[in-house]
Design a protein around this ligand. Sequence first.
Ligand code: ADP
Ligand code: MG
Length: 250
Amino acid sequence: MVRAERVCKNFGALRVLKGITLEVRRGEVMCLIGPSGSGKSTFLRCINHLEQVNAGRLYVDGDLVGYEEKKGKLYELHPRVAARQRRDIGMVFQHFNLFPHRTAIENVIEAPTQVKKLPKAKAITRAKELLDRVGLADKADTYPAQLSGGQQQRVAIARALAMDPKLMLFDEPTSALDPELVGEVLGVMRELAADGMTMVVVTHEMGFAREVADQLVFMDGGVVVEAGVPREILSNPQHERTQAFLSRIL
Ligand code: ADP
Ligand code: MG
């Protein structure tokens, strides 16, 4: 579903991603960890067409992200084609990013009706199912300000799912939550994973990584330092930098 081959990303002279190579198979969950500034968000943003890679190749479901290849040469992807590819990728952010002047259900139907031109009645039926799935059937008509952080994040997940994505990206989805609200969001993500969703999750919730992730990737300084089965990495990190990082957060 995702294949990165020596992906590099610079911001001017700042080299942020310095050759990321990894692969996420369909139905797999990858957790991405690493110190602040190591390039985790930038990597997710590259997958989601929010940043263009400068070198290397990044594929989502076989499509080269940001470029098209013709006769061995790369051309920037037409914005319309990029937008179409992006629709199939759901993203959930640390700060929820809900529309504050729309109710929960209005947030969920926004993209399907505006982008996919789904009839409103159909979008509402589906949105109700999704809100039910994240445990918020009774909050459909509530505005974000009246919801807890955990509830807002669950609406954000329902909103991303409303586009029927084939891949879900999570960028520290529980980092802004009070500790007692983390579990409800991780619970929804756990169910999503059990249902077979392909997910890339930036998180420092090591319990989640250990139980749910198929792969754990430790990034530092724009490179993958160590990657493998979560249980093995967590109990027996091979690299000194991984050991140092884990001892700080565990
Ligand atoms: P992480 O998510 O691992 O904390 P980020 O991907 O957010 O790391 O950032 C990696 C580095 O890239 C940081 O030094 C950050 O300041 C820099 N960076 C991120 N986005 C931009 C941008 N749009 N312009 C310039 N520098 C950026
Ligand atoms: Mg980040």
